[in-house]
Design a protein around this ligand. Sequence first.
Ligand code: 13P
Length: 250
Amino acid sequence: MRTKLVAGNWKLNGSLDSIRGLIGGIKAGMDSVSQAGVAVCPPAIFIPEVAALVEGSRIAIGSQNICEQDSGAYTGEISGSMLNEFGCSYAIVGHSERRSLYGESDDMVAARFAAARRNGLKPILCVGELLEEREGGITEQVVGRQLDAVINLEGIDAFADAVIAYEPVWAIGTGKTASPEQAQEVHRFIRGKMSALNATIAENLVIQYGGSVNGSNAKELFGMPDIDGGLIGGAALQAEGFLAICQAAD
Ligand code: 13P
């Protein structure tokens, strides 16, 4: 039995003042979320502050990225052990913005996935196709390739302790959500691919959907058989909207 997980990816947003208000608001409404897992992924510099703010609640913390190396001359990077030390339990890897804006290849994403696991963090592996790839009919090929890079490096067993987020790039920040049927089709493909390698791991694997999820469309998306919650961008920046999505996953 899978437990749904809703994670807010704050991206490059927030201030000390705004995150205090946001976490305060989410905490105040957590009584209305009894089953679903809830996590927030703040900009790294806010992680210690968020860790202090969520103490005593069941809100988990994730990083937005992680270095593939554990230490050394890697200016600007943050390691898994550092994230762990400051209270992270998840690490997003391979977000499409990292892939497209910062040139992270499939192999680099796989190495970052490995670094998360090595340091006791659960990777949230983002996969998803561009609009032209969908229109070209190669969505499954693209998502399959992104998954294979990780499976080839870490093996299928690594997914016993990982989350996948299917985020079609054309749906991110555009207000254009994939329809529940469109999303379900890719989620079923992902679970089927994993199932061919290990049926138990596939059955227990949490596969989130991400891309313009909000309080109005979450329930229908999360009602699909292979959609196990969401990775939320814009709508995670306001407590009320984020809580509505968490409730939809409950
Ligand atoms: P939006 O919810 O703003 O479309 O962003 C989705 C996303 O990229 C989450 O990682």
